[in-house]
Design a protein around this ligand. Structure first.
Ligand SMILES: Cc1ncc(COP(=O)(O)O)c(C=O)c1O
Length: 339
């Protein structure tokens, strides 16, 4: 039984869902939403803050500032409150209301950018605002998740070894991409592991991460309108793109079975399932990473009016997929380990 005195000390690292009964392909989904920030970003935030403290960049007088579509902002709010720092989160109009309210409840200041930068879009406008703050007052410390190597190191030190410990026979790892911190940390760690692991990045259609032109993306978390500075494609075996309509379909399918996940999980699971359907996978051990849970998306992905206004009347709540005769099985601890 863990007993903690600071919120960042707790993170459930070993919870997986066996998705085969739901989707018909073997896939273990690593759940990263069970901590006090509700997402995988708690690890990146912790690593970046502690590294800045060690190097002396962050002091008692500092004011943390960061551009975030939400989850890193919540994670930094948790850590700032716990450690007694002020924190300003610069986000944009796509940030979910619940996420913004959570940051404010934790004592952070939230600045919402609503006009796009002439060439850099909403992200460009956020970054311009952050740069302005830092130029005006040297108490501001910008951790810069898009360029900070401590972002990927969090996953190199924690996420990847945790997966390897549970799945020593891992063959394929599916990772959703935003800053690419999770992808690069895991990919670098598995590159020097004792067996080859295929690293498959999963991105949204409309994201420019792998060189496509940027397009409309409405679901926060995954994708970027520019190429992420942390990305080194030499470590990535494949990139799969997922339409937002498929993300929503997959999220809603998971919810029908009682698993309420965020949009990036719907994207990763959808991309992984299409990859698995195209490969001979019966003897493979594949794992995908679920970055957060679904409460923050109740007014978007799980809201019929929002979905219909953006994606039209296409059927985004399909019939339940086949059960494969295992409905009612509640735990797969024994076969979840290293087959
Ligand atoms: C919900 C969610 N999924 C995925 C990601 C992407 O993770 P990364 O920035 O490590 O690429 C993020 C990043 O903010 C996120 O909030």
């Amino acid at each position: 039984m863990p007993v903690i005195s600071v919120p960042q000390a707790f993170n459930e690292e070993d919870l997986y869902i066996d998705l085969e009964p739901m989707f018909g392909h073997r896939l273990f989904l690593k759940c990263e939403g069970f901590n006090f920030a509700g997402s995988i970003k708690l690890k990146a935030a912790t690593e970046m803050v502690e590294s800045a403290e060690r190097s002396g960049v962050l002091t008692r007088d500092s004011i943390l500032v960061e551009s975030s579509s939400g989850n890193l902002g919540v994670a930094l709010s948790v850590i700032a409150a716990s450690k007694g720092y002020r924190f300003v989160c610069v986000t944009d109009s796509r940030c979910n209301l619940a996420t913004r309210q959570m940051m404010e409840a934790l004592g952070s200041q939230v600045h919402i950018v609503s006009h796009e930068h002439p060439t850099g879009g909403l992200l460009g406008a956020r970054l311009e605002y952050v740069r302005g703050l830092c130029a005006a007052d040297d108490r501001y410390v910008w951790l810069s998740q898009y360029t900070n190597p401590d972002n990927w190191k969090a996953h190199y030190f924690r996420t990847a070894p945790a997966i390897a410990r549970i799945f020593p026979q891992l063959d394929v790892l599916f990772v959703g991409v935003g800053t690419t911190g999770t992808l690069m940390g895991c990919a670098r760690w598995f590159r020097s592991w004792n067996r080859p692991v295929r690293i498959v990045a999963v991105d949204s259609v409309g994201s420019a991460i792998f060189g496509d032109p940027p397009g409309r993306r409405m679901i926060p978390g995954l994708g970027m309108s520019v190429r992420p500075p942390l990305l080194d494609e030499a470590y990535v075996d494949e990139a799969v793109r997922v339409e937002e309509a498929d993300t929503i379909r997959t999220c809603r399918n998971l919810a029908k079975r009682g698993f309420l996940f965020g949009g990036s999980t719907g994207t990763v699971v959808s991309g992984a399932m299409s990859w698995l359907a195209r490969h001979e996978t019966r003897s493979l051990t594949p794992v995908a990473i679920a970055p957060d849970l679904g409460e923050r998306y109740l007014d978007t992905i799980y809201q019929t009016n929002w979905v219909q206004a953006l994606y039209g009347d296409q059927d985004l709540v399909p019939e339940a997929p086949p059960d494969h005769g295992v409905a009612g099985r509640e735990s797969s601890t024994a076969n979840g380990r290293a087959r």
